[in-house]
Design a protein around this ligand. Structure first.
Ligand code: SF4
Ligand code: SF4
Length: 164
């Protein structure tokens, strides 16, 4: 694993004042899609220092392998994620029937909260890194056996093409 770092931009924090474009010595920040070009980035950190919104971080170009977990822990986490997903679905469905009222807003917030917790559990269960082989395997399984008729197979296929 190399010590190389690359810059990544958090689009939610970016206020688009373009300072990073002026200071970058390689033009890596000047892209059409707002994603800093990892091929051009040399990890100098000038953009992160210049950014007034703290929207840029330097991250390792190559991540270490995720730490392994025992099957019993993974199984318990998956069960927990399943329960959280069911609660999210129920809260969303009831919220949809109660539009524009306090209880509806509360249920929407609850659904979002359950989603966040589920995502966290899934990261803990071994899907921390989108580049990991675990994620690839999960996506391949979902494409082969979609969990619901509305599962976005084409999007999952596109993701599989993008993942190294
Ligand atoms: S300097 Fe920071 S806020 Fe400005 S465009 Fe770049 S990332 Fe966005
Ligand atoms: S770390 Fe350096 S090379 Fe990479 S995008 Fe920022 S300024 Fe450009």
């Amino acid at each position: 694993m190399s010590n190389k770092k690359i810059a990544v931009r958090n689009l939610r924090l970016c206020t688009k004042d373009c300072l990073c474009l002026y200071v970058c010595p390689t033009g890596a920040t000047d892209t059409e899609n707002s994603i800093i070009d990892p091929e051009k980035c040399i990890g100098c950190g000038e953009c992160a220092l210049a950014c007034p919104s703290a929207a840029i971080s330097l991250v390792p170009a190559d991540y270490p392998e995720q730490q392994p977990k025992t099957n019993i822990v993974i199984s318990a986490l998956n069960d927990q994620a399943q329960r959280k997903s069911s609660t999210e679905k129920a809260a969303s469905q009831i919220a949809a029937l109660m539009a524009d009222c306090g209880l509806g807003y509360l249920l929407e917030a609850m659904a979002r909260s359950e989603r966040l917790v589920t995502e966290d559990i899934m990261r803990e269960a071994g899907y921390m890194l989108p580049q990991s082989s675990n994620v690839r395997q999960l996506l391949e399984e979902l494409v082969a056996n979609p969990p619901t008729p509305s599962f976005p197979i084409e999007t999952a296929k596109k993701l599989l093409k993008l993942l190294p």
